[in-house]
Write a protein that binds this ligand. Structure first.
Ligand code: ZN
Length: 144
């Protein structure tokens, strides 16, 4: 087992937490605000939250979506189920491109859904269009 610490951000206060990798699977709480570090749901990300969760060791998978987008609505349960299955080794977040236009512009999102993976402040992977659950999970695993 690796003793390397992993950094991750708290879903509530966005402070950075550092945990030994093997403790990720324990029920962990934020050192600052004591909120759970994982909720079993994708986080809804604004600029502050995106910045906190994309600049840590824990990979962040983002779904750029919009309420008017049919394929986005169809994909939402797949994204939710994958979050439940892959936490706490991966963080899942959603960016509403209508509410977060600056983030959508920053990453030049031209079609939705667009799926992206970030780690330690870097874009690791990008995919346009939804995938069936199994392929989506494989795609995320490939980039871990
Ligand atoms: Zn916290």
């Amino acid at each position: 087992m690796s003793q390397n610490p992993v950094t991750l951000a708290c879903p509530s206060c966005h402070r950075k937490n550092r945990l030994p990798a093997e403790r990720l699977t324990d029920v962990s709480r934020c050192g600052a605000c004591k909120s759970p570090l994982f909720t079993g749901h994708p986080l809804s990300l604004d600029q502050t939250a995106f910045s906190a969760h994309s600049q840590v060791d824990l990979p962040l998978v983002v779904d750029f979506w919009a309420s008017w987008c049919g394929p986005c609505r169809q994909f939402a349960p797949v994204f939710e189920q994958t979050a439940v299955a892959m936490e706490p080794h991966v963080r899942f977040g959603k960016i509403n491109t209508e509410e977060q236009q600056q983030l959508a512009a920053r990453f030049a999102i031209r079609s939705i859904p667009t799926l992206m993976i970030f780690r330690a402040g870097k874009e690791v992977a990008r995919l346009s269009g939804a995938l069936p659950a199994q392929q989506f999970r494989q795609w995320v695993s490939q980039h871990m």
